[in-house]
Design a protein around this ligand. Structure first.
Ligand code: SDX
Length: 431
C-alpha cells in the first residue's frame, strides 16, 4: 500500500491532531507518535505484545510476513543460506557489508585471539548440578564473562566495540560447548585454531576424551546453514530484550545474557525443543496426529502445535522451507532414518488443510523442522535452544550495536493503570 498522505489524523472530542507518517525503504509506513502524550495532554496508546507497534528504525533485517520474505542487510536468506558461511553472515549483520576475503580472515583471526575463557569459569560450571538446563547455564556464564572482562564497552570507540564483538563471538561457542559437556559428564575442552568457526564448535562439543576429533563436512555444512537461518529476525522477543537492556547502557555481555533468557521460553526459541518432545509424544502415542490436532484447536486445552504459527509470518516461514529441504538431504547423507520426520511432514500436511489453521494463517515456523536436523547431527534435545542462541548471537550483537550507535533513548513503555484509586492507610488493628 503506497499512502500518498504524509500525515495521519486523529480526532478526539472534536479536536484534530496530526502525526507524521514514517516510510521505510521497503515502503512500510508507521505513524510517528513521539509527540502524542504531550499534544493530547496525557493520552498514550496501548498495544499488548506490541503487535502493531514499532520500537525502532533498523537497517539490519527486513521481513515481510505476508509474502514470506526475509533479508539480512538486503540479501535474501535463500542466497545467504546457499552461498555464504555463518561467519560471513555474522560480519554482514554486524558491520553492514559482506566481507572481502581479507576482512573475513582478519575477523576470524581476531575472534580466535579472543576465544580463551578463563579457567576460573570452570569453577562456576562446577557449581551447577548436571541436571541444570544448558540455557540457564549459558545465560549465567555469559553474564559472568563481565567479571573476567570488566571493561564495559565504550561504543563510541570503534576499536573497543570491535574487540567486545570479537570477544563474545570467540567465547560464546566455548561456553555453549561447556554447558553441554558439563551435562554429559565430559571434560571441558578447548578449541583448535586450525579449524573453521563451526567446525571448531563441533570439536569442542564432540571430541571424545580418548580420541581425536574428525571433521564431517556434511555435519559442519548442515550446522553452518542452520546458524545462518537463525542469525537475526528483526525485533523478535529476545532481540527486543537485548535492545531494551542495552538501552540502559548495560554492557553487551549482560544484554545478551538477558536475550538468552527471553529466547528460552517455549513460545520463542524454546519451541525447537518443544517440537521434538511433541513429535516424540505423538510417536509414543501410536502416531495419531489427528488427536494432537484436536488438542491444538481445543481452547480448553493449553496444548499448542509447537513449531506452528508466527507473530509476523502469515505465510510459510522461508527458513522452515529451507530447513525442511535440508532435513531430507542431511538425514540421507548421514544415513539417518528418523521416524519423527515423517510424523512432522504428516502433521504439516494435515494442518495446512485444516480450516482452523488456514483461517488463522498458521504455518510451520523456523522451529518445526530444525530439531530433526540437530538430532541427526548428534546434538541432544536440551541443546537445541542453545543452538538457536549460538545462531542468533550475531543478530543480537548487530541490533545492540545499532541501538547504541544511534543513541536510542532508554526503553520505558507507558501503561494504563487499572488498580485501586486513592485510599486512606488503615492501621493493622483496623483492617
Ligand atoms: C520463534 O518473533 C520472531 O521472529 C520469533 C522467531 C525468531 O526467529 O526470533 O521467528 C522464532 O519464536 C518462532 C515461534 C516459535 N513458537 C512456537 O512455535 C510456539 C507455537 N506458536 C504459538 O505459540 C504462536 O503462534 C506464537 C507465539 C508463535 C505467535 O503467537 P501470536 O502472534 O501472539 O498469535 P496468537 O497467540 O494471538 O494466536 C492467534 C490465534 C489464536 O487463536 P484465536 O484466539 O484467534 O482463536 O492462533 C492460535 C491462537 O490460539 N494459535 C495456535 C498456534 N499459534 C497460534 N493454535 C494452535 N497451535 C499454535 N501453534
Amino acid at each position: 500500500m503506497n499512502y500518498m498522505s504524509r500525515t495521519a489524523s486523529l480526532e478526539i472530542d472534536g479536536k484534530k491532531y496530526e502525526f507524521p507518517l514514517v516510510k521505510g525503504t521497503e515502503n512500510e509506513y508507521a505513524i510517528d507518535i513521539k509527540t502524542l502524550r504531550g499534544v493530547t495532554n496525557g493520552i498514550t496508546t496501548i498495544d499488548p505484545g506490541y503487535k502493531n507497534t514499532g520500537s525502532c528504525e533498523s537497517a539490519i533485517t527486513f521481513l515481510n510476513g505476508e509474502e514470506g520474505v526475509l533479508r539480512y542487510r538486503g540479501y535474501a536468506i535463500e542466497d545467504l543460506a546457499e552461498k555464504a558461511d555463518f561467519l560471513e553472515v555474522a560480519y554482514l549483520l554486524i558491520f553492514g557489508e559482506l566481507p572481502t576475503k581479507e576482512e573475513l580472515e582478519k575477523f576470524h583471526t581476531d575472534i580466535k585471539a579472543q576465544s580463551h575463557v578463563d579457567e576460573d569459569v570452570k569453577k562456576i560450571i562446577d557449581g551447577f548440578p548436571k541436571s541444570a538446563h544448558p540455557m540457564g547455564v549459558l545465560s549465567s556464564l555469559t553474564s559472568a564473562l563481565v567479571a573476567f572482562n570488566p571493561s564495559s564497552v565504550n561504543v563510541d570507540s570503534e576499536e573497543e566495540m570491535y574487540n567486545a564483538i570479537c570477544r563474545i563471538l570467540g567465547k560464546f561457542p566455548v561456553l555453549t560447548a561447556w554447558a553441554y559437556r558439563k551435562r554429559a559428564g565430559l571434560p571441558l575442552d578447548y578449541g583448535d585454531d586450525s579449524l573453521g568457526y563451526v567446525d571448531n564448535f563441533l570439536k569442542m562439543m564432540f571430541k571424545k576424551p580418548s580420541g581425536e576429533y574428525t571433521s564431517n563436512k556434511v555435519i559442519v555444512d548442515a550446522l553452518d546453514k542452520l546458524l545462518i537461518l537463525h542469525a537475526d529476525h528483526e525485533q523478535n522477543c529476545s532481540t527486543s530484550t537485548v535492545r531494551i537492556v542495552g538501552s540502559s547502557q548495560a554492557g553487551l555481555f549482560v544484554s545478551i545474557s538477558a536475550g538468552i533468557n527471553a529466547l528460552w521460553g517455549p513460545l520463542h526459541g524454546g519451541a525447537n525443543q518443544a517440537v521434538i518432545e511433541m513429535l516424540e509424544a505423538i510417536k509414543e502415542d501410536g502416531g495419531d496426529t489427528k488427536k494432537f490436532m484436536a488438542k491444538a484447536k481445543d481452547k480448553s486445552d493449553p496444548f499448542r502445535l509447537m513449531g506452528f504459527g508466527h507473530r509476523v509470518y502469515k505465510n510459510f516461514d522461508p527458513r522452515a522451507k529451507i530447513i525442511k529441504k535440508s532435513a531430507d538431504a542431511v538425514l540421507e547423507d548421514l544415513g539417518v532414518d528418523d521416524p519423527v520426520l515423517d510424523i512432522a511432514k504428516g502433521l504439516e500436511k494435515e494442518a495446512l488443510e485444516d480450516q482452523y489453521f488456514v483461517d488463522r494463517r498458521l504455518y510451520p515456523n523456523v522451529d518445526f523442522y530444525s530439531g530433526i536436523i540437530y538430532r541427526s547431527l548428534g546434538i541432544p534435545v536440551e541443546m537445541f535452544t542453545p543452538m538457536f542462541a549460538l545462531g542468533r548471537l550475531p543478530g543480537w550483537i548487530a541490533q545492540w550495536r545499532e541501538m547504541r550507535l544511534r543513541k536510542e533513548p532508554i526503553g520505558r513503555p507507558r501503561q494504563v493503570y487499572i488498580g485501586e484509586t486513592y485510599r486512606e492507610f488503615k492501621p493493622i488493628g483496623k483492617r
